[in-house]
Design a protein around this ligand. Sequence first.
Ligand code: KG4
Ligand code: ZN
Length: 340
Amino acid sequence: MIFAIETSCDETSVAILSFQGKLLSHIVVNQHNHHKFGGVVPEIASRAHLQILQSIIPQVFEETKIKVKDIDIFCATCGPGLIGGLLVGSTMAKSMAIGNNKPFYPINHLEGHILSPLVSNKINFPFLTLLLTGGHTQIYLVENIGNYKLLGETVDDAVGESFDKVAKLLGLGYPGGPLIEKKALNGNVDSFKLPHPLEFKKTLNFSFSGIKTAVNLLVKKQRRIDEKIKNDISASFQNKIIEILNKRTTLALKLLKKKGYNIKEVAIVGGVAANNKINESFKKLCEENNYNFVFPPQNMCGDNAAMIAWACLQQYKKNIKPDLNFKEDPRWSLSKILNL
Ligand code: KG4
Ligand code: ZN
């Protein structure tokens, strides 16, 4: 059995996974104490991780009746993320590994997200994945477990971050993604024309900060921000994000085909992948172009320890060695850019 901890941002999570891939226990606690600051405060997050871990670690062992000494491998997210949180989670897991004389695997948070659709889908390598989170917006060619090629990424805000910032401008709260999605249900996608940064550039990079600025100007121009305007801006914004993500994906698939890659599956992963409208748009895009669309189970879109345990299991199966001395790295990147 594998025991995993995830503490890279503002979710504190632990999981126990069997070597057969069965999730035996999984707890995710969202820290709600960051709302009033409009974003995650690293120091508050680290302290909260420490406190929450001390209650949820005993809980997963109690509810499963598994003993700590029966765990074969300990692992934790060691980057990228906020260094305080990374240190809290990994020090805890490393200590448990030392105390029980068992191996420790450092896991890359992005790899956790990237491999998460494999939990619920049979996927052929290579496949294309869009990593859509609050800190990252990247397109990867996943050649195999451990072999990831970065094809493009955001040059400014991450897509989740832009949802959060637009939600803040509309006074909706934090995290913004689910709140914008809800408002957009009652809004008109054509009510506001927002920019499409890098629209005519032949690039696989993204840019979102111009859309946020455009929303800011729009909000300032309104005499009153009533519910209808919030709904309409949310719908127009979300629709523009979908347009951008779909356009870049289409270009990536075209360039890969030209280079002779035989891609069958397209995946979206990360917190933003929980968005139903984005999910539906990818389903349609894939159906129209003969790709299988895959995504993680809903409880593995946002940050969670189950995906960390899963990534650890894949490493173990590939005979990758544990590393107790790994130094936590807030900017741990998975791959260098591959220019298509
Ligand atoms: O993967 P994640 O939980 O954490 C990071 O690794 O960053 O992603 C969090 C991001 C937040 O920006 C949040 O607003 C966004 O995912 N998000 C959504 C939705 N649910 C979460 N964005 C759009 N629509 C959603 N339903
Ligand atoms: Zn994440």
